[in-house]
Design a binder for this molecule. Sequence first.
Ligand code: SAH
Length: 393
Amino acid sequence: MPLRPSIHLLRAHAKRVRRGHPWAYSNEIRMNAETKSLTPGCVVRVIDAGGEALGCATFNPHSLIAARMLSSDPDQAIDRDFFARRIEAAAALRDRLYDAPFYRLVHAEADGLPGLVIDRFGDVFVCQVNTAGMDALATVLLDALGAVFAPRAVVLRADSAVRALEGLDRRVEVASGALDGAVELREGALRFLADPVEGQKTGWYFDQSENRAFVARLAPGGRMLDLYSYAGGFAICAAAAGAREVVAVDRSEAALALGERAAALNGVRCGFVRADAFTEMQRLAGAGETFEVVAADPPSFVKSRKEVKPGLRGYRKLARLAAALVAPGGYLFIASCSYNVAAEAFGEAVYRGMTDAGRSGRVLRAAGAAPDHPRHPTLPESDYLKSLVIQLD
Ligand code: SAH
């Protein structure tokens, strides 16, 4: 094997990587002509200013996060076996935590595979390939998945917005096997439907599984409103737990159609309403409607740091409108999946929103993503999901 190329960290910039941080930024790397001309996504040896090799990484000279560490061994072969071992370790962790094979199997850096997310729907695997490095290794990854699981189908979702930062195109393909529309998954005793090709992200929001189960515990006997319901996750959990009436609101026709089918699969009744959430909340408030449980799990309001302030105003408004629909003594679940918004700032915005609505209350639970979404210890950015459950007086 020809010796792989090397990149050199600038003096004083090696400490973080040496301590286990998985990234080196482009301004921490000696960017000479040779380094700049490396093929985006290639595997490189990472060398510190003193000439010591710190490991190997994928490298993209055009990305701000230029190097993403793969191994502390600079000459580690990045081949099918490498991927298979990392995937097996990730699967062993999930199989300890979950009693059925429906979960996020790989969560990027935290599972030693930067730029890669894999969601598992039994024998169907959906891979999000988000960096030039993973894009270049996609064939090896598919080989490894084939060797470890013998999948019925593997979907490659190369369509996330972050790919633009890496200079990559966007595409979705069934890379192996065949799929015919939605796949079924189980969460606890319930059955849901996800569309791995046409659905949002990978087709399912596994990150909210524990929050759905918690909110369901509050639902028996009451009316429940699931805002931004997608394919009915919170709604169906609440209905199955014994909510008296459940209404799910989303603007996506396709998501609501899957929700309707999933409700039928579980033998529960939910109303599915296609509407803009803010408009629908105002309409419901005008009609004097209240609910014992309101869940609001919107898409990210903050896509970049510039948007933090308006985004926080958005969360405050969402909290105000949603709190106004909660019956006295009822519960509000509200979430943010914006990684640029810190938990404290989100909590403050929600608190202001509920007081704007003239409501007081108490926080029962503050929680992030389920444990199939582990976080690399040095990457607080990957703690993107925050949520609160508040009982309102
Ligand atoms: N709660 C869901 C996940 C929600 S993802 C679950 O547990 O699976 C966010 C959802 O918000 C998406 O389904 C998207 O279609 C929907 N959405 C985005 N903007 C919206 C809007 N303005 N009004 C209503 N729904 C919206």
